[in-house]
Design a protein around this ligand. Structure first.
Ligand SMILES: Cc1cc2nc3c(=O)[nH]c(=O)nc-3n(C[C@H](O)[C@H](O)[C@H](O)COP(=O)(O)O)c2cc1C
Ligand code: SF4
Length: 486
């Protein structure tokens, strides 16, 4: 992962924990309305992919254990990881692109209801993404993948050379000459692996996105409703299709790119289709970016505009993330795919303890506060979820007291200690296992292997009945917490 050059070491400091009485009167533990439903507290576990589904995207016992473990901590809401809306192979990513996924997802809902004793609401994040290929072996790229065209012939002065000779010549060219011979997209395909963009409207599957996505999202949302979820979160954040439509880098000229109004068109059409399918009594929220954090990408002003539009359209909740884009991702090793959390924008999404003068805690507070203010100015009381480096009670409570957000998301902190909510609410804050923001978990995510936390995954490995990773070296869920009532 990229780290800020300043390399300042930060330590999480949760500050003083509240007594049970103080917690009872805190904003953080007050109920909050989300459209048709109420969360019991203003706390939220944002989507985190743990790589526990089958290769076909089905719910497994390990998926149930993972969400059951979060549910026993009793946050106000849990958002199930990014779940693919298409019926296409997507590796061990959960899927909801066909009715056959409904029984597994129903088990998941029942598990969370049971393990939280009905205290935690459950949403599922719906995602669409475009094709990303692995970085090719350069020899194979020049031998097979690159399509030779007139531009290559002109650049090499090779009008009548046979194609194999051109391929062989290109394979020998030094980097600086390659840069003059290949287009920027061809160079990207060589160095990063080929990646589709929403602006590739010459490709039929990209041109037709505005025609197909509303129904795909709506059908997925209906399945979520049938499985018993309290609502869906439309994934309009990070490096994926919908965020790319919203981005200032989207220059489509078919009415779905360019101006803010055009960039918001498809996200609003998707929302309208989803709402028409699920009705008014089902939560429809979205996660989008407070800032793209890349050159030429969306600023907080763009996000404030979109936030107000989304709220006016009728989204029940707005959850803000930041960064996580392909545009500044590190060059992957040959045979690996680019990962959108490896560059500076990835750092903004999941900032680590080695940071800059701003530090890793609460980098999204000011942008989210500005977006929330724009939503309020638009006359909407839509709740806004703030996430990013939050681990202390005072830190979270101060944000709510200052009206900078309505709900606080704890991603890595709830992975480090899923009982954070129950411990703090019951006056046992001292027992919290505080996240150290090492990003060990994020490195596992990057490798697409089961995500665990280094603060607990080697603890009590001989405990009977616990699930472990295939090599037997890591437990899959955090040890249970038994409050000391003495
Ligand atoms: C292992 C892991 C997986 C994640 N998966 C998702 C995801 O599926 N969807 C999403 O919107 N964000 C995802 N995120 C980002 C988190 O939801 C959150 O925004 C980020 O970790 C910053 O919050 P934190 O500082 O509280 O961890 C993931 C984060 C981690 C660590
Ligand atoms: S591995 Fe654990 S301590 Fe490290 S960042 Fe992830 S959740 Fe926090």
């Amino acid at each position: 992962m990229w780290r800020p050059p300043e390399r300042i070491r930060w330590e999480p400091d949760p500050g003083i924990w509240p007594s049970a009485d103080e917690a009872a009167s805190a904003r953080l533990f007050q109920p909050v309305n989300i459209g048709p439903i109420e969360l019991e507290s203003s706390t939220w576990v944002p989507a985190m992919v743990p790589w526990r589904a089958t290769g076909d995207g089905e719910v497994t016992d390990n998926v149930l254990d993972w969400y059951g473990r979060f549910a026993r901590g009793r946050p106000g809401a849990i958002v199930v990881e990014a779940t693919g809306i298409r019926d296409i192979p997507s590796g061990p990513l959960l899927r909801i692109g066909d009715d056959r996924f409904i029984p597994g997802l129903t088990d998941l809902v029942e598990t969370v209801r049971r393990e939280s004793d009905g205290h935690t609401r459950l949403f599922i994040q719906l995602i669409d993404f475009l094709a990303v290929r692995r970085r090719p072996d350069p020899a194979k790229y020049f031998e097979r993948f690159l399509e030779i065209n007139q531009q290559h012939r002109d650049a090499l002065g090779a009008a009548d050379w046979p194609e194999e000779t051109i391929r062989a010549r290109l394979a020998e060219l030094p980097e600086d000459e390659l840069a003059d011979t290949l287009t920027s997209r061809e160079l990207e395909a060589l160095h990063q692996g080929y990646r589709e963009r929403v602006t590739d409207t010459g490709l039929p599957q990209i041109a037709e996105l505005p025609a197909v996505l509303p129904d795909l999202f709506a059908d997925a949302a209906l399945r979520a409703r049938e499985a018993g979820f309290d609502g869906v979160e439309l994934h309009y954040a990070h490096a994926y299709t919908m965020a790319s439509f919203l981005s200032a880098l989207n220059s489509r000229v078919d009415g779905y790119g360019g101006s803010r109004e055009n960039r918001a068109r498809l996200p609003l059409e998707v929302y309208a289709a989803v709402r028409a399918a699920v009705g008014a009594d089902f939560v429809v929220g979205t996660r989008f970016l407070a800032e793209d954090c890349i050159d030429g990408g969306n600023t907080v002003e763009d996000a404030a505009h979109f936030g107000a539009e989304f709220a006016r359209a009728g989204f029940n909740v707005l959850s803000l993330s930041r960064g996580g884009k392909f545009e500044d991702a590190k060059r992957p090793a040959v045979g690996q795919a680019a990962y959108p959390y490896t560059g500076p924008s990835g750092y903004e999404c999941m900032p680590q303890f080695i940071s800059d003068a701003r530090g890793p805690f609460g980098r999204n507070v000011a942008p989210v506060a500005a977006i929330r203010a724009a939503v309020r100015e638009a006359g909407c009381d839509t709740p806004v979820v703030l996430t990013g480096g939050i681990h202390g009670f005072r830190q979270a409570e101060d944000i709510l007291q200052a009206d900078q957000a309505d709900i606080i998301g704890f991603a890595r902190q709830s992975l480090a200690d899923p009982d954070w909510f129950r411990k703090v609410r019951s006056g046992h804050g001292d027992a919290v296992r505080v996240c150290e923001y090492t990003n060990y978990c994020e490195a596992l995510d990057q490798k697409h292997v089961p995500v665990t936390c280094q603060l607990w995954d080697r603890k009590n490995l001989d405990e009977p009945g616990i699930a472990k990773t295939e090599d037997g070296k890591r437990r899959m869920t955090a040890p249970e917490w038994e409050p000391d009532e003495s």
